[in-house]
Design a protein around this ligand. Sequence first.
Ligand code: IVH
Length: 674
Amino acid sequence: MNRAAAKDRINKLKALINDYRYQYHVLDESTMSEAAADSLKHELSTLEAEYPDLITADSPTQRIAGEPLAKFSQVTHSSRMLSLNDVFNTKEVMAWVERLRKLSPTTSFEYFADVKMDGLACALIYEDGQLTTAVTRGNGFVGEDVTLNVRTIENVPLQLRRKAGHEHLCQGRTEVRGEIIMLIADFEALNSQRAAESKPLFANPRNLAAGTIRQLDPALAAARPLRFRAYDLLRENPSDVPTNSLAYEALQNIGISANTEAKVFSSVEDVLAYAQYWGEARHNLPFNTDGLVIKLNDRALYADLGVVGKAPRAAVAYKYAAEEATTTVIDIILSIGRTGTANPVAVFEPVVVAGSTVQHATLHNTDEIARKDIRVGDTVIIYKAGDIIPQVLKVLTELRPKNAKPFNMEAELQRQYPELDFERVPGEAAYRMKNVSGPLLLKRALEHFASKGAMDIDTLGEKNVAALVDSGLVTDLASIYALTEDQILTVDRFASLSAQKLVSGIQATKQPPLPRFIYGLGIRHVGSQTAIDLANAFGSLPALAQANLDELQAVDGIGKVVAESIAAWFADADNEELLKKFTDLGVAPFHETHEDGPLHGEKFVITGGLETMTRDQAADKIRALGGAFQSTLGKDTTYLVVGANVGAAKLAKAAKYGTKQINETELMNLIGHN
Ligand code: IVH
């Protein structure tokens, strides 16, 4: 991105993130998830890192969130309420530990890990054991006095319990810091009650907890079941509380809830295993969590290591993969589904969501695109819940480029499929190919799949294909691998021997060479040579399915149109399901690479006719020796094999590229053919 474009984008991102933060922190409303906002913030800091002179003091990357609300009286914190730096993977945890080791080389660390609650930070101040004040985090230095509301929270003791061994905590000032949360079950009960009363529903437990604490009516707070869970205990004399684990123990003893999940570890590997464990188990916790807090257990050391920015050095939040992210739509491509409908698919700038890279999502149909007003060039929020395929949640219209045009299905069909005729299905949002039916398309697809250049199943000719599809036994390409003799015998055409031959003919192709399998899928514009090029470039079907437009276009002979067609095919949810079905039925294409072959790295193009073998035979031989066979001459072609009747233009091009020209005999010498 050039400087002017970066400046424009930075300004738009700043405005949008600042709005979001104001709504979230001050008004307790939410326009997008924290994960989506983080994703935008990440884009902003990446741009700012590239153009540091564009950083301004009002950038969300430069400020501390959460100005205190004027309607409450303000309280200055006894010590700043800090935040935590985030880490996202093992590598970042290890790097954090390394940094600490450099600062404190002689100490062997003990770690304390607790699940991170998704609520509202709050400090409770007890004087001689009596609750005097409750203060929100605010901007970290000054918070809001929410004592009256907090006093309604059942599990906040108004008086600390005197417990043997901990009596000193009931003398002088004891500050307890923790999180105000609402349990998911309580939240859901409240919402179903509201649904029954036809009232608008609350967005999530965190917002509701924050909204409840930061409103002025304690009666309302009392009517909403909030909880407090502590994570810190502050005393004037720090040696009163030497470790974090002792702090948790003391908290429980004086009557304050703290998570029982918190644990001490002596090795970072064990901490990582615990983080891994909660990555899964977190869904069973009664409250929402998006991470694990990891801190050093020794509090004197913790304090000594100090603070950078607004976070202590000696603690981090290990964050679990976000299930939402923002990205830009780089294209909207159409794939033709099983029944001849055109399925629109968005192609994204690749982005990691919930741990895996997402680069496309189905957009369902033209009405859905219009409803969400998704345009090429738009920044969108995408989400992925569990195993569910990614979806576009919404467009951030604030970030829309000026030239983004609304999506026009009919124009796109014209552009991407000029040779086909489509019509809008009456009463539906779908566009379908004219004059074809699902069964007809399936018959054509299956004939192609079984044809000589593909799976080469000679018992599966046109008539058998028609009979199997018409009988309903075959519903997609993969289902032929599930056919049994008994089933086939129910179709008139077949007798015992022919049924047996058909099944064995099909079963014999369960380990097909990858190029033939790719070709057999019938992806538009993917002929047998392109299938070979794709197999050579990607080596496996999953790798091909993951390839983005740039990677596809990097393959020799593949341009934008072919790349779009391949990407659209693999992005189509029906095709994804089809590939899974092949796998489930034991179909496993294989691809031999010959990386150690003598011709590895050499690229061949054959032009004109050969005398001693066919072009395909030569190509097979070249590949078997590790060489690559190309369909068109490129700058990277090593050898142009010149056969009979070759045009001068080809030779001139080879001369221009400096490609070696050899004749058939020289090729024979190279490939050792006699
Ligand atoms: S320890 C320096 N433990 O997460 C603050 N914090 O993103 C050390 N939080 O400010 C806090 N659960 O409001 C700690 N088990 C837990 C937590 C927790 C939630 C919040 C807390 C903190 C924020 C940091």
